[in-house]
Design a protein around this ligand. Structure first.
Ligand SMILES: C[S@@+](CC[C@H](N)C(=O)[O-])C[C@H]1O[C@@H](n2cnc3c(N)ncnc32)[C@H](O)[C@@H]1O
Length: 345
């Protein structure tokens, strides 16, 4: 691949687009278009801002394709409502807030992170506690993080539940489930499978409330645990899943996590991990490569890895016959392995 000068300019100016969108979401600009078109004066009044600067933002949002224009009226296309209106389940404002509060300030320190191979939490937040301790100290931040991850995971979850036969298992435990989207989808599709989630204590209250408000409080048990410390309520769960968590930790810690799971699993149980791996030759994909930098600035040694690196860690943890489970249309790739204690990676 070769780049031209304009590609480089576009990469560097990409933050213009990012900040225009997160600012519009933060100001809830789009919400005011729910009932129809508005001109700049009307939007300015609704967001209690000067007309001149409001119009500058509207012109940018129109130029980027978020809004359409009819005379001096701006219109939010119907197809954009699902992800831009804050009362919609797929609203992306959760991600916008997470970016503005955490990711953008951390990424500003990327040169230092690369020079020192270390996260920048202390420099940005003046706090050297773990990524999840900082993230989970404020309930609104927990909601932002878990809600947007739930949206991200949706295509993966649909593919997984449609193509993997959960009914071959008696009981399914999702470790680090976030907002519980996967167990909810399994509950809907496989009524006979017993379901539980193991989450960090700091995330559990939010999760219980969320499951309760959707009517799954009785169906899906939430157990507090810590897969690194080895506090794992695996019991007789014969299917264990770990989604998009290994990359939050350094490779050594990943092996500890996998070993803790292996040791706690019942004979004949199956373990599945889902990640977004790098290509084996580390040539991309671009999203995963950039996500790896996000792990660098935010976590303790978190990094994106290739499938062969993940499979090697499975082996080090004790799993044999680890293999890749191909599920077309996955956002996350998925592995699995099975033996007496079986693991799918
Ligand atoms: C990146 S999120 C992934 C959430 C969800 N599985 C998904 O794919 O969208 C990682 C999750 O793992 C949980 N987690 C992190 N460290 C953990 C630990 N040591 N023990 C248990 N859960 C942990 C976090 O609370 C968070 O919900």
């Amino acid at each position: 691949m070769t780049l031209n000068k304009q590609d480089v300019v576009n990469h560097m100016m990409g933050f213009f687009q990012a900040k225009a969108v997160t600012s519009a979401l933060s100001l809830k600009v789009f919400d005011h278009f729910k009932k129809g078109g508005l001109n700049a004066q009307q939007v300015a009044a609704k967001i209690a801002s000067p007309v001149r600067s409001t119009e500058q933002l509207l012109i940018a949002l129109h130029a980027m394709g978020y809004l359409q224009k009819d005379g001096d009226m701006y219109v939010l296309p119907e197809e954009h409502h699902a992800f831009l209106l804050s009362d919609q389940p797929l609203w992306l404002g959760w991600l916008g807030r997470h970016i503005d509060t955490f990711l953008y300030p951390l990424w500003e320190q990327l040169p230092e992170a690369v020079k020192t191979d270390s996260n920048q939490r202390e420099a940005v937040f003046g706090d050297n506690r773990s990524w999840f301790d900082i993230l989970y100290q404020n309930p609104d931040d927990v909601a932002d993080f878990q809600e947007f991850l739930g949206k991200f995971a949706q295509p993966f979850i649909e593919g997984f539940v449609n193509q993997y036969d959960f009914s071959q298992h008696r009981a399914f435990l999702d470790i680090g489930s976030g907002i519980g989207s996967l167990p909810i989808a399994v509950a809907n599709a496989f009524p006979d499978v017993k379901l539980a989630i193991c989450e960090l204590p700091q995330a559990s209250a939010f999760l219980r409330d969320k499951l309760g408000s959707q009517g799954y409080g009785e169906r899906i048990d939430v157990v507090e645990g810590d897969v690194i410390k080895g506090y794992l309520p695996i019991g007789d769960f014969d299917l264990i899943h770990l989604g998009w968590m290994l990359h939050d930790y350094a490779p050594d810690t990943q092996v500890t996590i996998l070993r803790n799971i292996y040791n706690a699993m019942p004979e004949g149980g199956r373990f599945i991990a889902s990640e977004t791996p790098l290509n084996d030759d580390k040539s991309g994909p671009e999203f995963t490569a950039l996500l790896s930098l996000n792990m660098l600035v935010s976590t303790d040694g978190g990094i994106e890895s290739s499938t062969s690196e993940y499979l090697e860690r499975f082996k080090q943890a004790g799993f044999s016959n680890a293999r890749i489970l191909e599920i077309p249309s996955l956002v996350c790739s998925l592995w699995a392995k099975k033996q007496r204690k079986e693991a799918l990676c």
